[in-house]
Design a binder for this molecule. Structure first.
Ligand code: NAD
Length: 269
């Protein structure tokens, strides 16, 4: 089986990546293949897994990911850094088991003459203005839903719902739902301006289109990536036909992960 190791510059990640690659090189059934892998092992944290996902963007449907965390338990990282040998054993005995999660399609049109962009996010996309109020029309399924004024909007996947979305008051959605969520970032609500004021959850049959008032200060993010050098005309969001696959050798249940990350031992009566 062809394996790629994707790490960050961190000292502890480099150490784990080296250990892993030595064990893979000794194996009779595994080989390192950074260009055309079947399994991508990310070594670091959730941020490293997000980078690995975007690095292997073209291969999303063909690869399965595995996340080793070298810090805290992450949302995309099931393996601890002291479990490398156990992971290599699981890879050697692989029978293709996987779990998959929804992704967010992002289609951006620009008001310059250039071509539109297509991107896919694992966590979320945000559209916001660097300074001043972002003004935007929001359409659900091509029908004008609201005129938004505020800091911005965060459109997330179910696995991304525990990230930026949660910080701006969005709901946590189990990744068993094929849905996307729109959460507001500091919307202005008074007698003059009105937005829905709560997170909105959209099914796979519908899309969200955001048409920001033209400004050079509008920015768009796709996970950890930033798009800010072209004038945005509109952004259309929908659930992707593609999904991300994780090799399911050892899997922490979603709600256990949520509990571990946000509640911990604070279960006193
Ligand atoms: P990073 O790696 O420092 O990540 C920031 C934090 O988000 C880390 O603690 C990471 O563990 C956590 N995180 C990432 N994905 C998560 C998920 N699906 N569920 C729960 N926590 C998650 O920074 P980066 O490399 O720039 O990562 C980009 C991500 O950071 C974005 O996709 C966004 O979700 C998150 N972010 C959060 C905020 C916020 O909460 N205010 C602001 C900006 C970015």
């Amino acid at each position: 089986m062809r394996i790629a190791i994707y790490g960050n510059d961190n000292k502890s990640s480099s150490k784990v990546a080296t250990e892993l690659s030595e064990l893979i090189n000794k194996s009779e059934v595994l080989q390192i293949d950074e260009l055309n892998p079947e399994v991508v092992i990310s070594v670091g944290g959730d941020g490293t897994l997000l980078s690995a996902f975007h690095h292997y963007d073209d291969l999303t449907e063909k690869v399965r990911f595995v996340g080793i965390h070298t810090g805290h338990l992450g949302f995309y990282t099931d393996w601890r850094d002291n479990e490398v040998e156990k992971l290599v054993e699981s890879l050697e005995n692989d029978n293709g088991q996987s779990v998959s999660y929804p992704l967010l399609d992002i289609q951006v049109e620009y008001s310059d003459q250039g071509l539109p962009d297509k991107m896919v996010a694992l966590n979320e996309s945000t559209v916001k203005k660097l300074f001043g109020t972002m003004v935007a029309k929001v359409y659900i399924k091509d029908r004008l839903f609201e005129n938004f004024r505020g800091d911005g909007l965060c459109i997330s996947t179910p696995t991304g719902s525990t990230a930026y979305n949660k910080s701006v008051g969005g709901a946590i959605i189990s990744p068993k739902f094929n849905a996307i969520q729109v959460a507001e970032m500091a919307s202005i609500n008074n007698r003059v301006f009105r937005t829905i004021g709560s997170p909105v959850i959209i099914p796979p049959t519908e899309t969200i289109t955001v048409v920001p008032k033209v400004s050079l200060h509008n920015v768009l993010t796709c996970d950890q990536l930033l798009v800010m050098d072209r004038p945005i005309k509109s952004i259309t969001y929908g659930i992707s036909q593609r999904r991300i696959y994780f090799a399911k050798y050892q899997h922490t249940h979603f709600w256990e992960r949520v509990n571990n990350s946000f509640i911990g031992d604070n279960l006193n009566d």
